[in-house]
Design a protein around this ligand. Sequence first.
Ligand code: SF4
Length: 387
Amino acid sequence: MAFLTNPPPAGIYIHIPFCAQKCLYCDFYSITDQSLQEAFVAALFREIAATKSLLSFDTLYIGGGTPSILPAHQIGRIIERISEQFNLEESTEITLEVNPGTVTRQALKAYRQCGVTRLNIGVQSFQDSHLQWLGRIHSADAAIDAILWARAAGFEQIGMDLIYGIPGQSRQAWLADLRLALSFEPEHLSCYMLTCEPETPLDRMRRHQVFEAMTDGDVCDLFETTVTELSGNGYPLYEISNFARKDNSPDANRSRHNQKYWTDVPYLGFGPAAHSYLNPVRYRNHRDINAYMSDLNSGALPMAEKETLSVEQQLMETVFLGLRTREGISIRRFEEKSDRPFNILFQDILTDPELKKLIMLTPEHCSLTCQGMMVLDSIAGIFVDRI
Ligand code: SF4
């Protein structure tokens, strides 16, 4: 039994490990055998029942995999179990990831009725040729239907995921995707750069030269296009891949849940491959549904790894995750853990004439300019080397 104590508000993540088929680029854990759905939900309920926490929570994120492949009543049961077991604040953000190829108008209504407050729709592209190339199961029309049905079902918080950097994608084609997405006035947009994660079919195709990957320069150009187009339309970037509609306040439509990952807030993860974090300890569940269910069926927690982060690792995470965000590294949070002041430790970086152009420094934060974000990994590496 896990017994957890730490300051609120924390987040809860549930990993639903089923997909209709695997997309070429995906390295999230999921299987396509749907016959295990019932047994998985039973095991998930055991895991939830075996976890106690004194924290209060203000986010529940149901991701995957493809959560919308489960019947809506199962999503309702999961939300109910979590609400019974944990102290969820009244205004808890409850997000569900939805694949347009798996939803109906009725299912979306049912999700809303069972308490989901926010939908994240995996649109990825509005061009059928791109969707097919990526191995998605849905068409652009199906994505548009899902967006319209979600609004009709009463969702006031809708996010869309889009992918750029698809081989052969022109700037104009990407702009067309962004503009069509904006025409639906979503509250949130996530724009992910296509990456060849190791051991994915996409990675193997690249190694066998089945396609020519876009050059770094062209991908940077698309990133810059994204930032310019979205910020010009009232969707400023708040993390390297995330943009929220500004409305009355800059953070009104941000993903409350995802921000916890970047700002050192605790979270509990349930389901295969899910991670939990309770500073300074991180846990990971088995990345295998059978091992996950087998542990729970024999009364054990399905933990595959438990790691206590050293101070050095915590500082590296504060830097790496902080630089991904518009706000940047919180200097106060960094100095709470470090025995050296931020400005002294990184003095040579902060005064380097070339790097200075890419970095913004205030008394509270150190962040990257848009140009700096394009070379995020290199700059984060330079910082991390000094720790
Ligand atoms: S639907 Fe999502 S989780 Fe499933 S394979 Fe495709 S990208 Fe991965």
